[in-house]
Design a protein. Structure first.
Lengths: 278, 173
């Protein structure tokens, strides 16, 4: 212990100096207003600089975390973009006339997949059972109208459409000018023409006659334009014409469609069932 | 031995009281040139015996400074300068070491080592003390020119008074 004290007395000058100066500075800062003001200002300035530098380092370290969270936020924002949304809002319009009861409603829908090159094509639209779409509703094109097809099956948000460009598609159509009706079928090939069959041979046909929906199927309202008569010929050995119908719309670029709902279909079905049961 | 201790104890109080009761209130520069103080109390540290241990010098510097501060009402300012002076004294002594080296039983006085040596040694320590003191007093080097002005003007007057004292009384220790 004595040696320690001796050692300190002999060589502790610098340590004593430092300790004493620290004590003095403590006294200076705590007892003198101007010095303490300067000290505090300098201290805060220095601490600001240090905090700033430290922040930079920490920000750099956290950069990956930040970019992750930014990516997350971006994804969330992208999800909010219009094209990422499945618009549940349903635009419905109806044919309203004062003395008539509502029969058909139209629901806007967007084509999300389409094909025209195969023999049996299909269209998918972004409306489904959740929006009130049921199988065997009609689909007509937006804008230039024209028949697109018939809903074949639905899921919650989507519907599969059996388009007119399908081997099993058969739509009741009539010649506007004289009312002769037949079935509109597709035999493959050209997606801009359909074949109208079962038009009796006594029907008077002109090139360019308008072909429209007959309204007999209870799927489409009557009078929706389908196309115009292109060429017609009598099928040998039968009494019926086969007519090439040029479609008024182009199914290969259809983007928006309307889903047609017949509000009185169930009524009609009950009636037809009674008739067939007899 | 006890004679040396007694001398220094007396000197301690003498310098402190001369400093705080007399010199503290003297303002030679007046209102227009408020840069001249008279500071002679470091002479106590300057005249301590050569064999005084380094750490003891520093501690005595602190005690001296605190006493002066108590009257100046500037706790720590004079003390830090005195601590600094006590700390650098051995190095300044080394700087001014005579050819034969020091006799560690002596005190660093004009009587022992001559006027030239004493002026060099004393003025170096006093100047450094004053510079340190005014730096701590300003607490920033932003007004470095002012610090230097105070240091130099105070140093000249103080050194003159110290030399007068030394010529009037030329103590061996």
């Amino acid at each position: 212990m004595r040696n320690l004290i001796f050692l300190f007395v002999k060589h502790g000058g610098f340590v004593t100096f430092l300790l004493m100066e620290m004590l003095c500075m403590y006294l200076v800062v705590n007892n003198n207003s101007s010095q303490s003001a300067i000290f505090n200002n300098s201290l805060s300035a220095a601490s600001n600089v240090i905090t700033d530098k430290f922040d930079n380092v920490r920000q750099f370290i956290q950069l990956s975390e930040v970019s992750d969270s930014l990516a997350r936020e971006n994804a969330a924002l992208l999800q909010e973009k219009e094209y990422a949304q499945f618009i549940q809002t349903v635009f419905k319009d109806s044919i309203r006339e004062p003395e008539k009861e509502q029969m058909y409603t139209f629901m806007a829908a967007k084509v999300i997949s389409n094909s025209v090159t195969r023999n049996n094509n299909s269209i998918t639209i972004n409306r489904g059972a959740a929006h009130g779409i049921k199988p065997s509703m009609g689909i007509i094109g937006a804008g230039s109208n024209g028949v697109i097809g018939i809903v074949k099956s639905t899921t919650q948000n989507y519907s599969r459409v059996l388009p007119v460009l399908h081997g099993q598609s058969s739509i009741s159509a009539s010649i506007k000018r004289n009312g002769f009706f037949g079935s509109l079928v597709w035999k493959g090939g050209d997606p801009t023409t359909l074949n109208l069959v079962d038009i009796p041979k006594h029907a008077e046909l002109l090139e360019g006659d308008t072909v429209q929906t007959s309204g007999y199927s209870s799927i489409f309202p009557e009078g929706i334009m389908i196309g115009t008569v292109d060429t017609a010929w009598l099928i040998p050995g039968t009494n019926f014409y086969e007519i090439k119908v040029k479609l008024c719309n182009d199914l290969s670029n259809v983007k928006y469609v309307y889903v047609v709902e017949n509000l009185m279909k169930s009524e009609l079905e009950v009636l037809e069932k009674e008739v067939s049961n007899e | 031995m006890s004679n040396v201790v007694m001398t220094n104890v007396l000197r301690f109080f003498a310098f402190v009281f001369i400093q705080v009761l007399l010199l503290k209130d003297i303002n030679l520069g007046g209102q227009s040139f408020n840069y001249i103080n008279i500071i002679i109390y470091p002479l106590f540290l300057i005249l301590l015996p050569l064999r005084t241990p380094h750490s003891v010098l520093v501690l005595l510097g602190f005690v001296l400074g605190v006493f002066v501060d108590a009257f100046y009402d500037t706790y720590g300012v004079h003390a830090s300068a005195s601590v600094f002076t006590g700390f650098i004294r051995p190095y300044v002594l080394k700087l001014f070491a005579p050819k034969g080296g020091y006799n560690i039983n002596y005190s660093p006085t004009k009587h022992r080592y001559g006027i030239n040596w004493f002026v060099g040694y004393c003025s170096t320590l006093l100047f450094l003390h004053l510079f340190f003191y005014f730096s701590v007093d300003a607490f920033t080097f932003y007004y470095l020119d002012e610090i230097f002005l105070r240091t130099v003007s105070t140093f000249i007057i103080s050194m003159l008074i110290i030399l007068v004292y030394k010529f009037l009384m030329d103590p061996v220790e």
